[in-house]
Structures are given as C-alpha cells and as structure tokens.
Design a protein around this ligand. Sequence first.
Ligand code: ZN
Ligand code: ZN
Length: 92
Amino acid sequence: MSMHNRAVCVFCANPRPIYAAKVQWLKHLASHREAMIAYVVDNFEKCPLGAYPRHIRDKTEYAGHIRWAHTKKELIEWAYRNLIESQMATYP
Ligand SMILES: [Zn+2]
Ligand SMILES: [Zn+2]
C-alpha cells in the first residue's frame, strides 16, 4: 500500500494536489455533495451507486434519485473510491 495519499479533488474550483488520509478526504468530499451529484448525472448514463444500475433519463429525476435513494455516505464513499483512490494508485 502506498504511503502517498496524494490526489486532486476534481470538485474544487482550483484543483490542487491534496495529501490526506481517507477520513480527511471523506470529510472534504462531504462539502461537495451537490457537485458530486451533478458529476454522476453528467458522466454516468446509469446510476453507478447501487448494486443494480438504474437508467434514469430525466436529469432532475436522476439527481433526485441520487439524493434520496442513496445516503450521503454512499455517495461520498463512491466518489472517494472512484475519483480519489484511483488517482493514488498512479503515484507509487
Ligand atoms: Zn474539493
Ligand atoms: Zn442509484
């Protein structure tokens, strides 16, 4: 396991590398809830958060689904695994 927890927060207005442990990352990501919802809606045709990906055509409905069918924790954990942790792997 790498000691370098360096990654760029894709949701910050001025992205810069952040060195932080997972707990701190989760706390940081929690401040970007609306941006994370928008990111998922814009980049994933099917909701990737659940075990059974759902295709929701209407963007407002899709955003509502993420907001209400999934917990904030699920969203944050998903963002950490897919957007933050995946970057760390590239810094050996
Ligand atoms: Zn950020
Ligand atoms: Zn879902």
